[in-house]
Design a protein around this ligand. Structure first.
Ligand code: ADP
Ligand code: MG
Length: 476
């Protein structure tokens, strides 16, 4: 029996060092501790299960060759995986026997789960099922394809960068690929198209789509259940990671920190990251600088409001997909009047369809004008403090300028309070702006007014009815 496992491993390392990059060497080989040599079986201790999988996937050929050189053709390798979830006192090395001299056995072989002795069916801590490679549900929506994503000037760069990434994930300069733009412009759709296409072209790669919110929840859960390492390793196993609405991680330092490690790991191993955000990376507030600077390593491509031509083509495509025929004048009418974003464009089409089927009306220009005008009025008209004052005074049959009068007459005070209350809930104006516009009052008066109105709503039914009526008038 040869006890000199240190020397054997040292010899192996000398060969390995010449065959891998310095970073890979320090990341993947230096942390390995040789434990024993028993006949021709060398046992190596690795820090985690993920580590073991990674070695098996990337370096098994190299390991096998070097080991055979040292120990002869019957050389075998065993791994000891340090249990990660337990406290130090409980660290129990666990052997995973790996037949290191059987080439057919080493590629894509299902990996034995080192925790399975204690947890026969490993509970999935992250909602997303599966911890083993190839079994992860990518969480992609099959409708969000490139084919369904209409190209226009508004999205050309983002789309073609996305296409390039899906053809060659991790292999382009677009890593990470950050897609940004206002809500409803197609960030989620495009990000998922990339995932779907990449899966189609590279079925062996693990793709995962996750919203930042879900990522955050999983992280919190992992911390609570004391399995942050599992969380990390799970994400570090992904080949193409898509994280949607990254701006939602703003201010969440711990999650950002963990994401930073995942990002680094994936990026260093040539894996692809695709992120979306409602703002350009430089405008993201509440994000760690070291994370923001990494976002800039790749490409940030923005999605803009579609122009008229693109809106027409999007509508044509959606109608075609839903199997309906729309006259050109209907499409033109919608495309001319619904200009904010693609989501609203879709919404308009759906309302139109619903109205026409529910009320058995013909789907023509007349109906389109009726429906779209209502929609546009609802979404476009921003309620102003002036408008609120007017509606409130109309309701009480009083002149608007009475609200500005220096008087403590009960009706006027109450109308003023109601106007303040609606201004607070329906506009983005600050308390002091509201106060200065309604009777030249200060912010404390506005705050008091809101409290008073809320109290009355809770205690006075007649008053509540009045408020509901005004509310309805304001929204008409
Ligand atoms: P975001 O994530 O930017 O808020 P989404 O990706 O959810 O926007 O897009 C909103 C809706 O508009 C989705 O139903 C999507 O399919 C559609 N959409 C956006 N851009 C396009 C496009 N270029 N072609 C076709 N549909 C689009
Ligand atoms: Mg989205």
């Amino acid at each position: 029996m040869n006890n000199n496992h240190f020397q054997i491993w040292e010899n192996c390392l000398t060969v390995i060092k010449d065959n891998v990059s310095p970073i890979s060497f320090s990341t993947w080989f230096q942390p390995i501790v040789p434990l024993k040599l028993d006949n021709e079986i060398l046992t190596l201790q690795v820090p985690s299960h993920f580590f073991y999988e990674y070695l098996e996937e990337k370096y098994i050929d190299l390991l096998r060759k070097t080991l055979r050189k040292e120990l002869g053709p019957n050389a075998k390798l065993e791994y000891n995986v340090v249990m990660e979830n337990n406290h130090m006192a409980n660290v129990k090395p666990l052997s995973v026997v790996v037949p290191g001299n059987n080439p057919a056995n080493t590629k894509n072989r299902p990996v034995k789960n080192p925790f399975s002795q204690e947890e026969p069916s490993i509970k999935n801590p992250f909602v997303i099922p599966g911890i083993k490679k190839l079994q992860i549900d990518s969480q992609l929506n099959p409708d969000y394809t490139f084919a369904n994503f209409i190209e226009g000037d508004c999205n050309r760069l983002a789309r073609s960068a996305g296409w390039a990434v899906s053809e060659n994930p991790g292999g382009t300069a677009f890593n990470p690929l950050v897609l940004y733009g206002d809500s409803g412009l197609g960030k989620t759709h495009l990000a998922q198209s990339i995932g779907l296409k990449a899966k189609e072209l590279h079925p062996e790669k693990t793709v995962l789509y996750v919203s930042s919110q879900k990522f955050q929840t999983q992280f919190t859960e992992a911390i609570r259940n004391n399995n942050k390492n599992d969380f990390l390793h799970f994400y570090q196993m992904i080949d193409i990671l898509i994280i949607d609405d990254i701006q939602e991680l703003a201010g969440k330092e711990k999650t950002q920190n963990t994401f930073f490690h995942i990002f680094n790991h994936l990026h260093q191993s040539g894996k692809q990251l695709i992120l979306t955000s409602d703002k350009a990376p430089i405008e993201l507030k509440g994000m760690e600088n070291r994370l923001l600077s990494r976002f800039k390593w790749g490409l940030s491509a923005d999605l803009q409001n579609p122009d008229y031509e693109t809106r027409v083509r999007i509508l044509q495509q959606k109608a075609y997909k839903d199997g309906i025929i729309l006259e050109a004048d209907v499409i033109e009418y919608i495309a001319t009047h619904v200009t904010n974003n693609v989501r609203e464009l879709e919404g308009a089409l759906i309302s139109l369809l619903a109205q026409s089927t529910l009320n058995k009306k013909e789907l023509n220009l007349e109906l389109a004008i009726e429906i779209i005008d209502k929609l546009v009025k609802n979404t476009k008209r921003e309620i102003s403090i002036d408008y609120i004052q007017k509606i409130v005074c109309d309701h009480f049959n009083m002149a608007v300028d009475l609200l500005q009068a220096k008087t403590r007459k009960r009706e006027i005070v109450q109308a003023r309070q109601i106007a303040m209350y609606f201004s607070k809930s329906m506009t983005k104006a600050s308390l002091s702006t509201i106060g200065s516009q309604i009777g030249k009052k200060d912010h404390a008066t506005v705050l008091h007014a809101c409290k008073t109105v809320n109290n009355l709503i809770d205690t006075d039914r007649a008053f509540k009815t009045q408020i509901d009526e005004i509310n309805k008038k304001l929204k008409m």
